[in-house]
Ligand binder design. Sequence first.
Ligand SMILES: [Zn+2]
Length: 121
Amino acid sequence: MLKFNPQTGENQAFCRACALFYQNHKGDLEKHVDRTQHKQNMEKFPELLKQQDRLANFASPLRDRITNLELRILAHICENSQSVCSAQGMLEVMQTEGNDPIFKKATLGYTKAGNLIREGW
Ligand SMILES: [Zn+2]
């Protein structure tokens, strides 16, 4: 869960089982979850284990496919010097004509496009 850390003045990932704050980095959190001490602490909180199972299901293959589609479209417009507006129009056509649910849920916001252009993936 995300919790305010008074020592850093930021909202940070907080493991309730270990009662410790962690950086909001996916890789660090995945390493923490695999540590023996964390697993032993989690056994004391069966309700957290159930919640963890539900959250694991939340990161679905559908979400990964949607993200992949969004990144591929944004990469295409970057590589071909097109505008985000033109890609949004193309996505709207796919959303109208495509039957795959990834088309319905994909979005191409300016923030997402800007982050891709600045930071890559
Ligand atoms: Zn922990």
